[in-house]
Design a protein around this ligand. Structure first.
Ligand code: PMV
Length: 313
């Protein structure tokens, strides 16, 4: 007996961090990266097989605490004892790069467990269980990662409100570049919470500005105005840097992208490492931006055709 569950990566186009404070965000599914979890019948204690660890679930290392919690809670919801199965996770989502890998692991694993025990799984329960894992991983998750990694539509997202899917009618390409440095979402989210205490007015203004830029970005996408979107991306990066969630490499890559002809660029996800994104007017411009980013030290790039909601290479 065997069952599988899948999920995909995500890219936040606009609104990371401010989304935690109730501001809107715009995010895209990143179908170029995915996770598949397989649950197989065994006998004895539950075992786990993933890139970080192979062995008994009860002895999994600290960094997998969120996964252990989600498996335990899902089995409890299913009224199943924690025994007689193995969980194998295969992922092409680079971990800690702002692509939602922790939420995606939870989504694929919850889906696989529900299939294995032949129980129907509502989207609501899937998000609720995923957010248990995200709360351990990030402290105060907005729910955006859970929503994006479990669905395949671009979303306009406001914490606690129904998701608003919208078509990606933009004549442009998005280049995603990996800094090769692990992002620090939890630390970055906590540092903004601290900043809110020490400098409430400045922090509030930056968060509100990021929210307004996300709204303007949505309007720019709906009106197929890539030049405007690029401008909003540049402004968002400045606000995120002001809030202390960028780093030298991200700032450098943003500048390199703009110099190479990008309409705009910014960090994506939690920041302090992870990935950045750059908007290019056409395929040739995207290739030039991608090659400049690789020359400047990015360890990997992906190109995403915005109009068609597909990766292009
Ligand atoms: O770094 P990621 O992919 O987990 O993205 C985090 C996004 C934040 O807005 C910083 C946090 C959140 O919960 O929305």
């Amino acid at each position: 007996m065997k069952a599988t569950g899948t999920s995909n990566g995500k890219i936040i186009l606009m609104g990371e961090h401010s989304v935690v404070y109730g501001e809107p965000a715009v995010a895209l599914p990143f179908l170029a990266t995915s996770i598949e979890t397989t649950v197989t019948k065994t006998s004895g204690a539950v075992t786990l097989d993933c890139v970080f660890y192979q062995g008994a679930l009860s002895k999994a290392p600290e960094r997998l605490l969120n996964l252990v919690a989600v498996i335990t809670e899902t089995a409890a919801r299913l009224n199943q004892p924690l025994q007689d199965f193995n969980i194998t996770i295969k992922s092409t989502i680079p971990p800690e790069r702002g692509m939602g890998s922790s939420a995606a692991v939870a989504v694929a694993t919850i889906r696989a467990l529900y299939r294995f025990f032949e129980e129907p799984l509502s989207h609501e329960v899937l998000l609720e269980l995923t957010n248990i894992s995200e709360t351990i991983a990030h402290g105060n998750p907005s729910g955006l990662d859970a929503a994006m990694t479990s669905g395949q539509d671009p979303l306009f997202f406001i914490k606690g409100q129904p998701f608003v899917p919208f078509p990606l009618n933009l004549t442009a390409y998005l280049v995603v570049a990996d800094t090769g440095i692990s992002g620090q979402t939890k630390e970055a989210v906590n540092s903004i919470a601290d900043l809110y205490k020490t400098a409430p007015e400045l922090t509030h203004t930056a968060i509100a500005t990021l929210g307004r830029l996300a709204e303007q970005a949505k309007v720019a996408i709906e009106g197929d105005k890539p030049v405007e979107l690029g401008l909003y991306m540049k402004q968002a990066h400045e606000q995120l840097a002001f809030l202390g969630v960028s780093n030298r490499m991200l700032d450098d890559l943003v500048q390199v992208a703009v110099k190479a002809g990008a309409l705009g660029a910014k960090l994506t996800g939690g920041g302090r490492g992870g990935c950045m994104i750059a908007l290019a007017a056409d395929k040739e411009a995207a290739a030039a931006v991608s090659s400049a980013l690789l020359d400047a030290g990015a360890v990997n790039t992906w190109t995403y055709q915005m109009g068609d909601d597909k990766r292009d290479d």
